[in-house]
Design a protein around this ligand. Structure first.
Ligand code: XUL
Length: 439
């Protein structure tokens, strides 16, 4: 009997579940929150509001999304063969539960939320540059710590009931194992609360961030370790309750694994709801401008990252112009007359290039190569523009669901003992390459 592992990608707009076997990817199932779970009123992954700084979603939607994705995967492959599973969620966010595990707040802020400007200022004032040096990031509006500080300030009475503070990854992981799950270092480092030097919570920072916060944070687990076993509630589509669930990670760190890593001087660009540029790092080196972030890697080492909003704006401009995606992609061509698609995408790619300068190795003026992933990487026009703006060749891989693949690789490695690097070598097939031209 050929064993399988499952990797789940619980991203901003939906969930993907991928089954990985010895011969490669056997099936992928996907769920879109807007189309498949309209009862949660989050067509783009968050509940629409008039305040563009507030971006929140109901955590139950993520849980239901995972259930439905597993059900759909079970219709494609025999999930009784699954030995172990893991997953990655959109990074950051804040989910608070009480002592019984019930949600304290019906809605949870996601990475797009920008309501914590004041809390970030307070954290930066209190800790100065040490916050960045110790946690890898200056206070960031989307991170779990500043979000917790805001919740505690705005809802002090409800805050007293909070017994567990999770980022999105460790909350979904907790639901899967039916107990308080630990958090992996990659997700823990996206909270402005983890000390990168000790890989444990920075007690003084957590205590200042919100009353009682140090007592509510999950244990920080070793990457690739077990977080518990699959709860009978999630024995869906033939999955066996009791199989090990490898600790969940974040979407960008797992995407780096799924992309097969990046050599020194190279980076990965993920073009999705968030556009991110990231590269592995051996020793943490933080962004002097305080905008970029350093996270722990999903397997080992560190990851330097910059993040901006991407696909929703591209989709808006596309719809306003009445283009389908092929037309949109063609209008990005350097030969095309000036048009709104080109203008927006050129701005977005230049912004990413500008923000990611600090990730370049000392003395370098461009990355030696970029790997492209995410939905936007399907567009030839966007990848050519990326190559032109970054002045670097861009490669699209055959494997597209790199977040779910990275999570499945971690689970596969746990189940079979095969090293991640060896699993990666089976997937690194380049599908297309774009050479840079002068803009
Ligand atoms: C990265 C970030 C986003 C989310 C959603 O720091 O906030 O990329 O992970 O994908």
């Amino acid at each position: 009997m050929k064993v399988l592992s499952i990797g789940i990608d619980a991203s901003t707009q939906g969930v993907k579940a991928l089954a990985l076997g010895p011969d490669g990817i056997e099936a992928i199932a996907s769920v879109n929150y807007g189309r498949d779970l309209p009862q949660f009123d989050a067509p783009e992954g968050f509940v629409p509001t008039d305040n563009p700084r507030i971006r929140e979603a109901n955590p139950r939607m993520w849980e239901e999304g995972v259930r439905l994705a597993l059900q759909r995967l079970g219709a494609e492959v025999d999930l009784a063969r699954v030995e172990t599973l893991s997953g990655a969620a959109q990074q950051h966010g804040l989910v608070c539960t009480d002592a019984s595990g019930a949600l304290v707040f019906r809605l949870a802020p996601i990475w797009m939320d920008r309501s914590t400007e004041e809390e970030c200022r307070e954290l930066d004032e209190r800790f100065g540059a040490a916050l960045r040096e110790r946690t890898g990031s200056a206070a960031a509006m989307r991170f779990t710590g500043p979000q917790a500080r805001r919740r505690a300030k705005v809802y002090p009475i409800a805050w007293r009931r909070v017994a567990h503070v999770h980022c999105i990854a460790s909350w979904i992981n907790s639901r899967l194992v039916g107990a308080e799950a630990p958090v992996d270092p990659a997700s823990a480092s996206g909270q402005n609360l983890l000390d990168l030097a000790t890989l444990d919570w920075a007690g003084d920072i957590a205590a200042f961030t919100a009353p009682g916060l140090p007592d509510t944070l999950p244990r920080v687990a070793e990457p690739l370790s077990d977080s518990g076993t699959l709860s009978p509630e999630f024995a869906i589509g033939g999955l066996r309750a009791g199989i090990p669930v490898v600790v969940w990670s974040g979407d960008n760190p797992d995407s780096l694994l799924g992309m097969g890593g990046a050599a020194p001087g190279e980076a990965v660009v993920s073009l999705g709801t968030s556009d991110t540029v990231f590269a592995p790092m051996d020793v943490p080196r933080t962004d002097p401008d305080g905008i970029g972030n350093v996270f722990c890697g999903a397997e080992r080492g560190y990851l330097a990252l910059v993040c901006a909003e991407g696909a929703l704006e591209r989709d808006r401009v596309r719809r306003d112009a009445g283009f389908d995606w092929n037309t949109f992609s063609r209008w990005l061509n350097p030969g095309a007359p000036r048009n709104p698609a080109r203008e927006l995408c050129e701005f977005q790619m230049k912004n990413l290039a500008h923000l990611s300068r600090w990730i370049l190795p000392a003395g370098a003026t461009a990355f030696t190569k970029l790997g492209a992933t995410g939905g936007g990487a399907k567009s030839d026009g966007l990848l050519q523009l990326l190559a032109d703006v970054f002045q670097a060749p861009v490669e699209r891989l055959e494997a597209t669901e790199t977040v779910a693949l990275g999570a499945a690789m971690r689970a596969w490695s746990r189940a079979t003992g095969e090293p991640i690097a060896s699993i990666q070598s089976r997937f690194r097939h380049v599908a297309a390459r774009f050479e840079p031209h002068w803009l």
